[in-house]
Design a protein around this ligand. Structure first.
Ligand SMILES: CC(C)(COP(=O)(O)OP(=O)(O)OC[C@H]1O[C@@H](n2cnc3c(N)ncnc32)[C@H](O)[C@@H]1OP(=O)(O)O)[C@@H](O)C(=O)NCCC(=O)NCCS
Length: 243
């Protein structure tokens, strides 16, 4: 099925998809190792984040969803979705002084700072690391890009083309809006999909709390539309620690 725009009324369905899918991505265990002990916090703050993304007032973000059913003719439900940072639109409109909307701070201010499902050191390090990696790999490319923040397909609906359909929607938008790139910090499963779709690998980076052995490795990848000019960044060997 074709992706459609996510609406505020999709919040429960999208929360269900993320909670049932993201344990396949190692960053979920890294950030939320206590989710089984505190499922109510896990649900509450995950839902709060998606309420934010799906609120039309937060137009730096767009959520696209795909519906499917397990049995032919059965009731369709949301089984996959993606969240993109489309703040390039407001940056174009308001200029370089535009302050992007920040969902993580909003959730923290509404109680997320004390959520019991998270390892807060890992959570903060993950956020810092992602920002540093963004600064290293993608920010130098300027505001004319979109970033894929989250992508998930329910396990029983994977390998049916839903992740590709969502990404292709965004790849079309990159071309239509004459953007230079779409960027993503890929998980191991995500890397397989983005490679299949023709994304280029830009570099690896890892997230590690100082003094800990445990670390998380992510891949910076980008889609560049056929007409965009090549940048020197895509030619560098990008392995780096960002913590
Ligand atoms: C990554 C993810 C969104 C892919 O969704 P999907 O709907 O299964 O993707 P598609 O069906 O469109 O996959 C298209 C192609 O990508 C490649 N691919 C996708 N997932 C793959 C996997 N697990 N292993 C190997 N190749 C894979 C294959 O080439 C596949 O084509 P094929 O099924 O004909 O072989 C899904 O695996 C997922 O939700 N994973 C957990 C969360 C996650 O890691 N998200 C990414 C964050 S960056």
């Amino acid at each position: 099925m074709e992706p459609r725009m996510g609406l505020p009324g999709d919040v429960d369905a999208v929360t269900r998809v993320i909670i049932n899918t993201m344990p396949l991505d190692p960053q979920w265990d890294y950030r939320f190792p206590y989710r089984k002990q505190h499922p109510e916090d896990h649900y509450k703050y995950t839902r709060m984040l998606f309420e934010y993304f799906l609120d039309p007032e937060h137009d730096d973000w767009v959520v696209m969803v795909v519906e499917d059913s397990l049995e032919p003719g059965g009731p369709a439900e949301v089984v996959a979705f993606g969240v993109w940072d489309v703040s390039y639109i407001n940056k174009r409109r308001y200029g370089p002084g535009y302050k992007p909307q920040d969902p993580v701070t909003e959730v923290e201010e509404r109680g997320g700072k004390h959520r019991r499902d998270a390892n807060h050191e890992h959570f903060d390090e993950f956020r810092r690391g992602q920002m540093k990696a963004y600064d290293k790999f993608f920010r130098p490319l300027g505001p004319e890009q979109m970033h894929l923040q989250i992508l998930a397909t329910l396990p029983q609906f994977q390998r049916r083309g839903h992740g590709s359909a969502l990404c292709r929607w965004a790849m079309d938008l990159v071309r239509r809006d004459s953007l230079r790139h779409m960027s993503v910090m890929a998980s191991p499963m995500g890397r397989e999909l983005y490679t299949f779709l023709g994304f280029a690998w830009v570099g690896s980076f890892w997230i590690q709390v100082p003094g800990e052995e445990e670390k998380l490795v992510l891949q910076a990848m980008m889609y560049r539309p056929p007409t965009a000019s090549r940048t020197s960044l895509e030619d560098v060997d990008g392995n780096c620690a960002v913590s």
